[in-house]
Ligand binder design. Structure first.
Ligand code: PMT
Length: 220
């Protein structure tokens, strides 16, 4: 891949699992380590892009040329992206966004009670970030991931269409050597009106470069 191919472009990448607060000391989240998102941010910066990394993970080294924006919840992530959306050329949603959040956030630490051995949480749906942005889209090339544990291509194809994406990275997350928290990944790339492209197993760093290479021809 030749260098500097994203010179003058602004790329926003999301990374990590969103944290959905229950009370001041607890949250619901998932196993996303941010590795895939950080690798993508780094690969985009290597091509000369101005890179904004909106992440729930901030204990990793920030790649050179990348600006980190720290967020916690899905709602915060959406707001952080919307504030910058008009300036973006590419958005890559590698973050594992929680589909639901606690219906209420307790102001004080939730106490166990003596009279019940069972408690239930009431959850409400989070906004779908990609779907919300698709409605405001102008020049932006929008790339999503699909984390699936079954029927990878069928489920991912549905997300490609539903979220109106230029590219979707279908990620089988049912095995230890790929997906959440692994250093390697194996994915299939879906694009509208194109046959799925299965990539071999590789490091997340190498995969990030391969994905950036495939995003370049999608830019207007
Ligand atoms: O962080 P790592 O440990 O390196 O792991 C990488 C990864 C497995 C998290 C990553 O490769 C991945 O698959 N990310 C997407 C995880 C996810 O939320 O998938 P999903 O199928 O639930 O969502 C589909 C797409 O819609 C994703 O691009 C997601 O960011 C986006 N989404 C989801 C829910 C929501 N409310 N709004 C969204 O925009």
């Amino acid at each position: 891949l030749m260098n500097g191919q994203l010179q003058g472009r602004t790329v926003l990448v999301t990374a990590g699992g969103t944290k959905e607060r229950l009370d001041p000391v607890r949250f619901i989240s998932n196993d996303s380590s941010g590795k895939m998102g950080y690798a993508l941010a780094s690969a985009a910066a290597d091509q000369g892009a101005k890179v904004i990394l909106v992440s729930t993970i901030h204990d990793r080294a920030i790649p050179a040329g990348v600006t980190l924006v720290q967020v916690e919840s899905a709602q915060e992530m959406l707001t952080a992206i919307q504030q910058r959306f008009a300036t973006l050329d590419v958005i890559i949603m590698a973050a594992a966004v929680a589909d639901f959040r606690p219906a209420t956030v307790a102001e004080q630490k939730i106490k166990k009670t003596t009279d019940n051995d069972r408690m239930s949480l009431s959850l409400i749906k989070n906004p779908d970030i990609l779907k919300t942005l698709a409605r405001q889209r102008e020049q932006q090339v929008m790339v999503g991931f699909a984390a699936e544990t079954q029927q990878l291509i069928e489920n991912a194809t549905h997300k490609l269409t539903e979220k109106q994406l230029a590219m979707l990275v279908a990620n089988d997350v049912s095995k230890k050597d790929r997906g959440f928290n692994a250093d390697t990944n194996e994915v299939t790339i879906l694009r509208p009106h194109q046959a799925p492209e299965a990539l071999p197993m590789m490091s997340k760093t190498a995969l990030a470069e391969a994905l950036i290479e495939r995003i370049l021809p999608l830019l207007p």
